[in-house]
Design a protein around this ligand. Structure first.
Ligand SMILES: Nc1ncnc2c1ncn2[C@@H]1O[C@H](COP(=O)(O)OP(=O)(O)OP(=O)(O)O)[C@@H](O)[C@H]1O
Ligand SMILES: [Mg+2]
Length: 593
């Protein structure tokens, strides 16, 4: 319940709506309660007329007019209140969604490593739908119902405190029974939500990688996993609903007994002449007005519980503090020279074992340094640390002498251009993708970047040129095309420090040449960290740092390292050997054909 109140406080600026809804609810209750009184007056008047044989037609008519007036007023007030409730809940929805999204975007990479995209999205939808739906119903119905119930009890008490007491007894009994039900119900609901979140997470992943699913003919397996999750929710719902309805039978039986007492009391006392007929009619109406909401309590409780569970999930995400945050009073990073220093850096993902140990090297301003090491040694990790996607566990990284954890993340990342290992693009046009870092870039700038990235030619051949839609994650482009767009994107960003992660690994030699040219243009005058498995791409770097078992093995120029017996020399030999072998097999191929 606290979480629900917290949500209202979250959207404090909606207060005019809250006030409006409260006022409308009071008016709704008053107009609803006026009707039984008018009917009481009418009953007394008619009974009097019959007894005295003196018909007061105009009095009866005026009462009918009053009833009409009250009904019309109730119609308008109800609808205006409903309108306010709708607007409030949609505004609340927008507000909660925006805050959730904003918060998620601030969470560090590490959070995303452990969550499935679809799960995150589903959780957002579910929690916010449940909370806002509840508040909408609450504003439009429940609140007014509660008000009416309280007022009714007060009025009943004026006529007969015994009757009011009988009705009042219902509440503690009902609340007690409900609280008892609710605990178990919520536990089951949490388990159900978990299944939904997992299913949606996988669903999202499968849809976005449908190519893999199809080529490994795993549609059926994926479908079964999905269906299994939903089957579990069916089983859980059976248990939940069964339990709920059993408890509801008990609750309603209690209500039935109490209402039996109430009506017996009313009828007997009226028969004895303690109440007039008009009073009996009034009290029956009032009792019925209380009866309706109490009997519908299960619906109210059901919705309330969902909303409570929803708001709890919502806050569990909102209260995840980003463990990578800007230091207090963090300054902007200003890069004058572009020197990068790794000072004794160690790092491990989460609680897993350390990936990098005591890495220390310097990339001088404008220097191009290649990281070489076997797969999984931590080369990409080293670049993620420079971007501060993760924090180092020991040591520090400095740019121009400033430790990166002391400056704002925004300014740090502004100064680093990246071409990722997988050239991740977004759906949208080529232009939008190239201009991702600077959406205000002019057409000329975008084209210049494309030219420098050797992408201009192929873009020109596309039907719509720079306005071509490239599909989800750039699905409609080839691997090499994607890479060149990614390079153009980095060129346009024009940052003094550059990270290139195996940008040419998946290309044939002609495409590689195009990409290589693009990269050379990109690297000019920038401090660059390059990771490449193809040694041809790094033959021209200033220095190479090799990594073995998470530690620096050697540092030197390509010429120096080719003479030692280190990883670089070994890889060089392997690749030369393989090109020799390739040449030979090609020759054989030519002879035989
Ligand atoms: N997000 C992550 N969470 C946990 N462990 C990770 C994560 N990313 C990478 N690792 C682990 O850290 C190690 C280093 O990974 P990294 O991606 O840095 O290797 P790499 O040198 O770039 O390899 P490659 O040449 O194949 O790209 C690997 O053992 C990998 O399993
Ligand atoms: Mg890598």
């Amino acid at each position: 319940m606290n979480d629900l109140i917290k949500i209202l406080r979250y959207a404090r600026d909606l207060w005019p709506y809250y006030v409006g809804i409260v006022v409308m609810s009071i008016l709704m209750s008053l107009t609803a309660l006026a009707a039984p009184f008018i009917i009481k007056l009418a009953t007394d008047l008619i009974v009097g007329s019959i007894q005295t044989g003196n018909a007061d037609v105009s009095g009866a008519l005026w009462l009918a007019v009053a009833l009409f007036g009250v009904d019309v007023a109730n119609t308008f007030v109800t609808n205006y209140g409903g309108y306010l409730g709708d607007i409030m809940s949609i505004k609340l929805r927008a507000h909660l969604s925006e805050r959730y999204y904003y918060h998620l975007l601030r969470l560090p990479q590490g959070y995303y490593d452990n969550e499935l995209t679809g799960t995150i999205i589903n959780r957002l939808n579910r929690t916010i739908t449940e909370v806002t739906q509840f508040l909408n119903i609450f504003a439009n119905n429940f609140f007014q119902m509660f008000l009416t119930m309280i007022l009714t009890l007060v009025i009943v008490a004026i006529y007969s405190w015994e009757l009011a007491l009988l009705l009042f007894i219902l509440y503690p009994i009902f609340m007690w029974l409900t609280a008892k039900t609710s605990k178990r119900w919520q536990k089951l609901q949490d388990r159900k939500n978990l299944q939904h979140d997992i299913a949606s997470g996988r669903f999202n992943e499968v849809v976005s990688q449908i190519r893999v699913v199809k080529s490994f003919i795993q549609e059926h397996v994926e479908f079964r996993h999905f269906a299994k999750r939903y089957q579990k929710t069916v089983v859980l719902t059976k248990e939940q609903s069964n339990y709920w309805h059993k408890m509801d039978v008990i609750r309603r039986l209690v209500l039935n007994v109490v209402f039996f007492g109430v009506f017996a009391y009313l009828f007997v006392y009226t028969a004895n002449g303690e109440f007039t007929i008009g009073e009996m009619v009034l009290l029956i109406q009032l009792v019925n007005m209380v009866r309706f909401p109490i009997f519908n309590m299960s619906f109210i409780v059901d919705n309330t519980q969902k909303a409570i569970a929803g708001s709890r999930d919502y806050f569990s995400v909102m209260e995840t503090e980003p463990d990578i945050a800007d230091a207090r009073g963090a300054q902007k990073l200003k890069v004058a020279k572009g020197e990068v220093v790794y000072g004794g850096v160690s790092f491990g993902y989460g609680h897993e074992k350390e990936v990098l140990h005591d890495i220390a090297f310097t990339v001088k301003p404008g220097e191009k340094v290649a990281l070489v090491g076997e797969s999984g040694e931590g080369k990409t990790t080293l670049t993620s640390l420079l971007l501060r996607l993760y924090d180092v566990s020991a040591g520090e990284i400095k740019i121009d002498g400033t430790p990166i954890h002391t400056v704002t993340q925004t300014s740090l990342r502004q100064n680093i251009g990246v071409v990722f290992q997988e050239p991740a693009l977004f759906s949208g046009t080529i232009r939008e993708n190239i201009a991702y870092a600077n959406p205000k870039a002019s057409d000329r700038q975008v084209e210049a970047a494309a030219k420098a990235a050797n992408a201009f030619e192929f873009v020109g051949k596309l039907d719509k040129g720079f306005d071509t839609q490239i599909g989800e994650r750039g699905l409609k482009l080839s691997g090499g095309q994607k890479q060149r767009i990614a390079i153009a994107r980095a060129i346009l960003k024009d940052a003094p420090i550059l990270i290139l992660d195996e940008a040419t690994s998946s290309l044939d030699s002609r495409a590689e040449k195009l990409v290589q040219e693009a990269l050379n243009r990109l690297m000019k005058g920038r401090t660059t960290l390059i990771i490449a498995h193809r040694l041809s791409t790094i033959a021209h770097v200033d220095r190479i740092v090799t990594i073995r078992n998470g530690r620096i093995d050697e540092v030197g120029t390509p010429a120096e390292l080719s003479k030692t017996d280190g990883i670089y020399a070994q890889l060089l030999e392997l690749q030369m050997g393989s090109t020799e072998a390739a040449k030979k097999s090609l020759q054989k191929f030519e002879i035989t054909t």
